[in-house]
Write a protein that binds this ligand. Structure first.
Ligand code: UDX
Length: 442
C-alpha cells in the first residue's frame, strides 16, 4: 500500500522506515528541505540503533522516499500518518500548532479519499478536531476518515520496539478504516487492539502516566528504604515477583526524563483540570520526580558541605543511556544547581556532549573521556547509567580522583563489589559504603 508519514522526528521516521520495511511504499514528508535531502541520501537525522541501516536498505529497494513537498508526498496515498511534535506549552498543556498545520496541509493537497492516522500524542478529542480542520479546508470532494494509533516506542530501542511491541492500539469510529490500519500492521505480527478514538487517545496518556507513577513510587520507597536500612534493589525484586506488579520499571534512581514522561504527565493533569478534575495522584508523581532530580546534590552537600570550588565529575548527560537526547535530562537540573553552588564541573557523556552544550551551555566543561572527567575530581555524580560507566574498573575512581567519593543516581554498582575498593559510595535507596579508614574530604 502507498502510505505517507508527515514529520520525521523519532516517531515519524521510525514509523516510516518500519512500514517500508514490511513492504509498503512509504513517503516521509518533512518541511525541512535540508533534512529531506540528507534522508534521501540515507543519512538519519537522529541517532537510533539500527535505523540508518534499515533506511538505506529500503531506499535502495525502492520502497522508501522523502519529500519536502506535501502534494508530491501525498500523491496516491490511501493512508497519511501524522507524526509531528506536540510540545509542551507554558501551562503544561500540549501545543497543537504543528498538528493543526498538518491537517490544513492534508486538506489542500489530497486528491482522493484518505485515512488520516495520528501517531503523535494528542489530548482526547484531538483526532476529531483534526477531522474538522481537514473537512473545513478541503479543496476536492473527498472523504476523510481518522484513526488514532498511538506510539509506545522507547528512544534508543525504537526500531526494536516497533518490530517487537506488546500491542498496537487502533482507535476508530469507522470499522473499515480500522480494518485497513489493522491490515497495514499485520506483517509486524503484533496483537492489534481496536477501540474507539477517544479511548485510544487516552490509552497513550494513561500508559505513560502509569509508568511514571511506577517510577516515582519506587523512588519514594527507595528514599524510605535508605533511612530504614532496607535495600531498594531487594525490595523491588521481591515486589516484582508478584505478576500483578511486574518487575519492569521498578529501578529507583534520580527520576524520569526524556521527551515523553515529563510532558505527558503534565499534559494529563492539564486535560483533567480542563474538566475540573484535580488529578492529585499524578500531581504527586510529578512533584516526587522534580525533587528526585536534585537529590544527588542534597546528598553531596550533606556529605561535603560547601560545594564552592569543588571539582565535580558529572558522569552521564543524556536522559537515559543509548541516546544523545538531552530533553528533560536530570543533568540539566543538576548542572544548574552545581553552577549556583559555584562548583567546577567537568561532564562526561559518550555521545550527548554536543546537544548538552546547546542546552546546559558553556558554564561547565565537557569531555568524551570518563577518565578525563574523573582526573583530580573531589567527587563524582553518576547521572546516566551508560555501559562505559557501569563497566569501569572501580579502581579507576581510586586512581584518578582527588577524593574517591561517588554519589550514584542510577545504582550502577553492586555494593559488595564496591566494598572491595578504597571508595566512599552513596547510591539511591541503598546503604552507603564507606571504606575504612574513611575517605577524607578535602
Ligand atoms: C517512554 C515510554 O517507555 C514509551 O513507551 C513512550 O512511547 C515514550 O516514553 P522513553 O522516554 O524513550 O520512552 O524512555 P524510557 O526508557 O521509558 O525511560 C524514561 C525515563 O524513565 C528515563 O529517564 C529513565 O531513566 C527513567 N526510568 C525508567 C527510571 O528511572 N526507572 C525505571 O525503572 C525505568
Amino acid at each position: 500500500m502507498k502510505i505517507s508519514v508527515v514529520g520525521t522526528g523519532y516517531v515519524g521516521l521510525v514509523t516510516g522506515v518500519a512500514l517500508s520495511h514490511i513492504g509498503h511504499k512509504v513517503t516521509c514528508v518533512d518541511i525541512d528541505q535540508n533534512k529531506v535531502e540528507k534522508m534521501n541520501k540515507g543519512i538519519s537525522p537522529i541517532y537510533e540503533p539500527g535505523l540508518e541501516e534499515l533506511m538505506v536498505k529500503n531506499i535502495n529497494e525502492g520502497r522508501l522516499f522523502f519529500s519536502a513537498n506535501h502534494r508530491e508526498g501525498f500523491k496516491d496515498s490511501k493512508v497519511i500518518y501524522i507524526a509531528v511534535g506536540t510540545p509542551e506549552k507554558a501551562d503544561g498543556s500540549a501545543n497543537l500548532t504543528f498538528i493543526e498545520q498538518v491537517a490544513k496541509d492534508i486538506a489542500v493537497n489530497i486528491e482522493e479519499n484518505v485515512i488520516v492516522v495520528t501517531k503523535s500524542t494528542v489530548p482526547v478529542g484531538t483526532n476529531h478536531y483534526i477531522k474538522d480542520i481537514i473537512e473545513q479546508h478541503l479543496i476536492k470532494n473527498v472523504k476523510v476518515e481518522i484513526v488514532s494509533n498511538p506510539e509506545f516506542l522507547r528512544e534508543g530501542s525504537s526500531v526494536y520496539d516497533t518490530f517487537n511491541g506488546d500491542r498496537i492500539v487502533v482507535g476508530a469510529d469507522n470499522t473499515e478504516a480500522a480494518q485497513v490500519i489493522k491490515e497495514i500492521n499485520e506483517p509486524f505480527g503484533i496483537p492489534v487492539y481496536v477501540t474507539d478514538v477517544q479511548s485510544a487517545e487516552m490509552i497513550k496518556y494513561a500508559s505513560n502516566a502509569f509508568l511514571a507513577t511506577k517510577i516515582s513510587f519506587i523512588n519514594e520507597i527507595g528514599n524510605i528504604c535508605e533511612k530504614l536500612g532496607a535495600d531498594i534493589e531487594s525490595v523491588a525484586y521481591g515486589m516484582g515477583l508478584d505478576k500483578r506488579i511486574g518487575s519492569m520499571f521498578l529501578n529507583a534512581g534520580i527520576g524520569y526524563g526524556g521527551s515523553c514522561f515529563p510532558k505527558d504527565t503534565k499534559a494529563l493533569t492539564q486535560i483533567a483540570s480542563n474538566i475540573d478534575h484535580q488529578f492529585e495522584l499524578l500531581e504527586s508523581v510529578i512533584k516526587v520526580n522534580n525533587n528526585q532530580q536534585s537529590l544527588l546534590i542534597e546528598k553531596a552537600k550533606d556529605r561535603v558541605g560547601n560545594l564552592r570550588g569543588k571539582k565535580v565529575a558529572l558522569l552521564g548527560l543524556s536522559f537515559k543511556p543509548n541516546t544523545d537526547d538531552m530533553r528533560e535530562a536530570a543533568s540539566i537540573v543538576i548542572s544548574k544547581r552545581l553552577l549556583e553552588e559555584e562548583a567546577e564541573v567537568i561532564a562526561f557523556d559518550p555521545i550527548a556532549v554536543s546537544n548538552a552544550k546547546r542546552i546546559i551551555g558553556e558554564g561547565i566543561q565537557y569531555t568524551e573521556s570518563l577518565e578525563e572527567a574523573l582526573q583530580d575530581s573531589d567527587f563524582a555524580l553518576i547521572v546516566t547509567e551508560w555501559n562505559q560507566i557501569k563497566e569501569i574498573n572501580l579502581q579507576t575512581y581510586v586512581d584518578k580522583m582527588s577524593t574517591p567519593l561517588i554519589f550514584d543516581g542510577r545504582n550502577c554498582y553492586d555494593l559488595n563489589e564496591v566494598e572491595k575498593y578504597n571508595l566512599e559510595y552513596h547510591s539511591m535507596g541503598r546503604r552507603s559504603v564507606v571504606a575504612k579508614p574513611a575517605v577524607a574530604v578535602q
